[in-house]
Ligand binder design. Structure first.
Ligand SMILES: C[S@@+](CC[C@H](N)C(=O)[O-])C[C@H]1O[C@@H](n2cnc3c(N)ncnc32)[C@H](O)[C@@H]1O
Length: 251
C-alpha cells in the first residue's frame, strides 16, 4: 500500500489527503473553517518529504548536485517540501520559472512518477543560454512529454501567450527581486484553478510573498474577522524557504 492510501472494507483505495471535491468544499465552507479542513495537508507533506529525504533518489540527487556544483540550485530541505507539495496536489500542469540545471525540476518530476501521473507536464522556463538546462534530472524522469524546457525570459513567453492559460501549480524560482516576485505571483495566480498551488522559493528574501498573500484576505468590516466567503485562498504557509498558497476562486 502506498503512503496516502488506506484500505477500505470493500477493497477500494482512497487518498487520505486528497483535495476535497467542489461539493465537499462548499459543504465544508458552510459547516467549518476551510483552513481547518486543509490543516491535514501539513501532515501529508511532512510524510512525503520525510519519505523522499530518506530515499536513494535523494542521495543520488545530492551526489549529482555536488558533482555539478551546488551554487544557485534549490537546497535539499526545500526540494523535499516541493516534492511533498507536488505529490499532495497531483497536478496535471505545472509551470516553473528559473529552471536552471534542474534540481527543483527533478523533484517535481519524481513526484509525478511516484504518483503515476503519466500525462502530467512541467513547463520549465530558464533565461540563461549558458547553463545546461535540466542537466541534473535523471534520464528516466526526463521524457519529452513531461519535461518541457523553454529557454528565454518568462516575461516574453507570457507576452507571446506560449504558456498554458490554466495551470494547477506555479513555482517561482527565477529573479528574487521584490518587484519580479510580486509580478510573477500576480501573473500566475489568475491562471491557477480552484485548489491550485502557488509555490515560491526564497520567500525570506523580501516582503513580496507575505504582501501578496495579505491581499488575498478579506475582512468583515464590523468585527475585523476574516471573511471566509471573500478570502481567496484556502491555506497558505511557509516551510523552510518555500512559501505556498492554495488558491480559492470565489463562488
Ligand atoms: C535560483 S536559480 C533556479 C534554480 C533551480 N530552480 C534549481 O533548483 O536548480 C534562478 C534562475 O532563474 C533564471 N532567471 C532569472 N530571471 C529570469 C526570467 N526573467 N525569466 C526566466 N528565468 C529567469 C536565472 O537565469 C537563474 O538560472
Amino acid at each position: 500500500m502506498k503512503l496516502g492510501e488506506c484500505s477500505l472494507p470493500n477493497q477500494q483505495k482512497m487518498r487520505v489527503f486528497q483535495l476535497p471535491q467542489r461539493r465537499e468544499l462548499k459543504r465544508t465552507a458552510e459547516s467549518s473553517s476551510p483552513s481547518t479542513s486543509f490543516y491535514s495537508m501539513w501532515d501529508a507533506i511532512a510524510r512525503f518529504a520525510q519519505e523522499i529525504r530518506a530515499s536513494d533518489f535523494m542521495a543520488e540527487m545530492i551526489r549529482r548536485r555536488d558533482g555539478y556544483g551546488a551554487e544557485g540550485v534549490m537546497g535539499a530541505l526545500d526540494c523535499t517540501t516541493l516534492y511533498g507539495l507536488t505529490r499532495w496536489l497531483r497536478p496535471a500542469v505545472v509551470v516553473e520559472s528559473g529552471g536552471f540545471i534542474g534540481m527543483s525540476s527533478a523533484f517535481i518530476l519524481k513526484a509525478f512518477a511516484d504518483e503515476e501521473l503519466a500525462t502530467a507536464k512541467l513547463y520549465s522556463i530558464e533565461l540563461s543560454q549558458d547553463c545546461e538546462q535540466g542537466a541534473l534530472i535523471p534520464d528516466e524522469l526526463r521524457s519529452a512529454a513531461s519535461f518541457i524546457a523553454m529557454r528565454g525570459r518568462i516575461e516574453d513567453f507570457l507576452k507571446r501567450s506560449q504558456l498554458p492559460p490554466s495551470i494547477d501549480m506555479f513555482l517561482h524560482d527565477s529573479s528574487h527581486s521584490y518587484r519580479h516576485m510580486l509580478w510573477e505571483f500576480r501573473q500566475f495566480w489568475p491562471r491557477l484553478r480552484d485548489g491550485g498551488l502557488l509555490v515560491s522559493h526564497d520567500v525570506q528574501m523580501n516582503a513580496a510573498f507575505p504582501e501578496f498573500m495579505a491581499n488575498t484576505y478579506a475582512h468583515e468590516r464590523k468585527t475585523g474577522r476574516r471573511d471566509e466567503q471573500r478570502t481567496s485562498h484556502y491555506e497558505w504557509g511557509r516551510w523552510g524557504y518555500l512559501g505556498f498558497a492554495i488558491k480559492k476562486t470565489s463562488r
